[in-house]
Design a protein around this ligand. Structure first.
Ligand SMILES: [Ca+2]
Length: 479
């Protein structure tokens, strides 16, 4: 342990910045109408990845996989917010355990970012701060909110939560010196061009700009503390944007995330990589950069090693609140295959939580009922899901043309279908313990419908009425 700590002094600090619920919606990835000067600079001086994907399109399963560096299905952490009272199977450890063993101080959050950035959200027994033995002690980090010289080498995981939908979005937009003009945004083709949808998109980009500013603040702090050269900064998201086909879906707006790595002391800048990377590879990369041998169980691989050779990212959608779905996908960056084991659950499943947070769905549902959506806009509102989906991402990046039934692509389909089965086998859960949680969003939605019909009507008309405040109010009525 002592020798590790001595050796550790030469090791780089590592900061992992994780934006919430964001797709490749940055200026440096070509998004229109948004200005992200700090992330632009980070990518100019660092390495930008064009094909990074999470292993589940929502928070907790995705974060569980990243925390262990192993696919969430394999470690039985794939059901959203479930199994929080279940121990991580003893063969696995959170990667912060290994970092601490190697002499790193592990820090969660930052005092200067929105809401302090302390979200963990993993589906096994854990606490934020304290030691870990996996039996009686479940601490993932050593301290909160500040990285200092005496913490070196340190690992800091900072959540940039502002981009997550919440009651603060209007306030952030109102405070902005340069609110994004709804007329300047460019909506993806699968969304209806409607003033409320444009405004909602602009509001989202306002949060992205706020978040970019937070990234700039972290870099300034590194500069002031003279840590820039020996600190690796990694920027990533935990899942895609909370909008149509995004968060919750195995389509690219749900799975495809930004990844930028900045390390002036060790990586040459201004480079772009197009090979396919899994979010679990980031975990492996951090351990590798900290000089730690990777445990056998890790499904992630270090992305800067010569031997890095990922062909596919395997992703899964399972329980999310009251929707017990099961779908699996693989992507090579050029091709995407999705197998929907429960095709009877439609894409627009009426999930209570999303009713509160997807203005575009309400608007487009209404337009659909009036027969006003075009063919690609209508896809989201199919009565059932196709059992299989196949997309040629090179020609069809928006995944509008399902080729699964096209005989010309039968062999591609067959190959990807079989490869998915290989992954199903490889990532088989280590146990079948299943302790699902029942969210109260279903009851709150019913209550709003019955007790606050005017507010409910506003929601249907595209106003994001939010869940948190209403949920608190509802709880009081139950006392
Ligand atoms: Ca998230």
């Amino acid at each position: 342990m002592i020798s590790n700590q001595l050796y550790a002094q030469d090791r780089p600090n590592i900061i992992w910045l994780m934006a919430e619920d964001m797709s490749l919606d940055l200026e440096c990835y070509g998004m229109h109408a948004v200005h992200t000067p700090n992330l632009n600079l980070m990518s100019e001086q660092g390495v930008l990845f064009n094909n990074c994907f999470v292993t589940n399109p929502i928070c907790s399963p995705s974060r569980s996989a990243m925390m262990v560096g192993t696919h969430q299905v394999k470690i039985n952490a794939h059901h959203h917010r479930s199994n929080r009272d279940v121990l991580l199977d003893k063969q696995y450890k959170p990667f912060t355990y290994w970092l601490r063993e190697a002499g790193y101080t592990c820090i969660l959050g930052h005092h200067g970012v929105f809401d302090k950035g302390r979200k963990i959200d993993v589906n096994f027994q854990h606490v934020a701060v304290g030691p870990w033995d996996g039996k009686e002690q479940f601490g993932l980090f050593d301290k909160l909110d500040h990285f200092e010289k005496e913490d070196q080498p340190f690992f800091a995981q900072i959540q940039l939560k502002v981009t997550h939908r919440g009651d603060w979005w209007n306030e952030i937009r109102n405070q902005s010196d340069h609110p994004v003009n709804p007329d300047s945004v460019k909506l993806p083709e699968f969304m209806a061009d409607h003033s409320i949808i444009r405004l909602d998109w602009a509001r989202y980009l306002d949060q992205v700009e706020y978040m970019d500013n937070e990234v700039g603040m972290i870099f300034r702090e590194l500069e002031e503390k003279r840590m820039t050269d020996n600190t690796i900064v990694i920027f990533i998201a935990d899942n895609g944007r909370c909008n149509i086909w995004g968060k919750g879906y195995l389509h690219d707006p749900g799975l495809h995330i930004p990844l930028i790595v900045h390390y002036p002391g060790g990586l040459s800048g201004a480079s772009v990589r197009n090979d396919v990377v899994s979010a679990t590879d980031i975990t492996a990369t951090i351990m590798d950069m900290a000089g730690i041998d990777l445990p056998e169980y890790m499904s992630g691989q270090p992305i800067f090693n010569e031997g890095f050779n990922r062909e596919y990212v395997y992703a899964a959608r399972d329980l999310w609140d009251e929707i017990e779905d099961k779908s699996r996908a693989i992507t090579s960056g050029n091709w995407k295959y999705i197998r929907n084991d429960k095709p009877q659950i439609p894409f627009d499943a009426g999930q209570a939580y999303l009713e509160f947070y997807r203005p575009a769905v309400h608007i487009m549902r209404q337009l659909n009922s009036e027969g006003k959506l075009n063919e690609v806009e209508k896809l989201f509102f199919q009565k059932t899901k196709p059992a299989e989906e196949l997309y040629n991402l090179a020609n069809d990046p928006l995944e509008l043309n399902n080729l699964a039934k096209d005989p010309d692509y039968a062999s591609v389909l067959e190959n990807l279908r079989n490869t998915t089965c290989v992954y199903d086998e490889k990532m088989k859960p280590v146990s079948d313990i299943y302790h699902p949680i029942v969210p109260n969003s279903v009851e709150v939605l019913e209550w709003v419908k019955n007790e606050k019909p005017e507010l409910y009507q506003e929601m249907i008309e595209g106003v994001e009425i939010g869940l948190k405040t209403l949920s608190n109010e509802y709880r009081k009525t139950k006392r």
